[in-house]
Design a protein. Structure first.
Length: 282
């Protein structure tokens, strides 16, 4: 008996050491990436990077203001397309879903979540770019929006299911219909979690490059409206990184640092919103 207890303690100690080592490696890797990007890209950031257009080949300086604005436009379109569909789908699964159809929706959602982003890009290219015969911001926003749908559905469903059943029963006991209870009690109770899921979803698609190469492509100038090609930070990073010009390489590092900083900021804000919900007394 003592030997069995000693073996269990030894196994627990080994597991603790291995998990601690893995956690340290993961944290150290992330900090190394952040530090390396800061050293390579952060040191060359200036006001021109955020306010100027890219310069012609052979000239130094310039910026990526058009790519920053283009990324914002693409994410706005993706949000308008993906979030409403994903939110309503999550509400259906959490509150109205049966067995067969709900299982089918969850299965297709999980399958779509695992589809490579380049396949989504080809889909949008075939559906929008080919009929219009030109790249556009609309096509890029749709591709990113389709990528947001499965995560929005699953995150909305999970946060709605986390709302205590007593809140639903209490609202209906007071005379509210099921739909009214969902709109006035359940969704408000889960709103911080749903917002967190949306923000993390945005952070995920913000760095996608492959779908944009097939849809919005790129543009070295300002892109008016929604029917023209537009620049985006991930595509500009790819274009500048493979170019044979040292100044473009430095611009790519700066763009990578800006993009990672934005994603990190969104993640921190999402965690703060979620932690605030966890501390709100029910």
């Amino acid at each position: 008996m003592p030997s069995r207890l000693m073996r269990r303690k030894a196994v627990n100690a080994v597991m603790l050491s291995l998990t601690g080592l893995c956690a340290f490696i993961a944290t150290a890797t992330l900090l190394f990436i952040l530090g390396y990007l800061f050293v390579r890209g952060g040191r060359s950031l200036n006001w021109n990077f955020f306010t100027k257009l890219p310069t012609p080949v052979g000239e130094t300086g310039g910026g990526m203001a058009n790519a920053i604005v283009g990324s914002g436009k693409l994410l706005l379109l993706a949000t308008l397309i993906g979030v409403p569909i994903g939110f309503l789908g999550g509400v259906y699964l959490a509150e109205f879903g049966g067995k067969t159809f709900a299982f089918l929706v969850r299965y297709v959602t999980d399958l779509l979540n695992g589809v490579p982003s380049i396949v989504i890009g080809i889909f949008a290219y075939t559906l929008i770019v080919l009929p219009q015969k030109h790249f556009s911001t609309l096509a890029g926003g749709m591709a990113l929006g389709v990528m947001m749908i499965p995560i929005a559905i699953r995150s909305t469903e999970e946060f709605l299911r986390a709302v205590p059943l007593a809140l639903r029963e209490g609202a209906m006991a007071l005379g509210a219909s099921k739909s009214k209870a969902i709109l006035t009690v359940v969704i408000p109770a889960a709103k911080n979690g749903i917002m967190t899921g949306i923000m993390l979803n945005l952070a995920r698609v913000a760095g996608e490059t492959a779908p944009l190469l097939f849809t919005s492509f790129s543009n070295r100038y300002w892109s008016p409206g929604w029917e023209q090609p537009t620049a985006a930070l991930p595509v500009m990073i790819y274009t500048y990184a493979i170019a044979p010009y040292e100044d473009w390489h430095q611009q790519a590092w700066s763009a990578g640092f800006v993009l990672l900083s934005l994603v990190l900021a969104v993640n921190i804000m999402a965690r703060l919103i979620l932690s605030r919900q966890a501390h709100v007394p029910r």
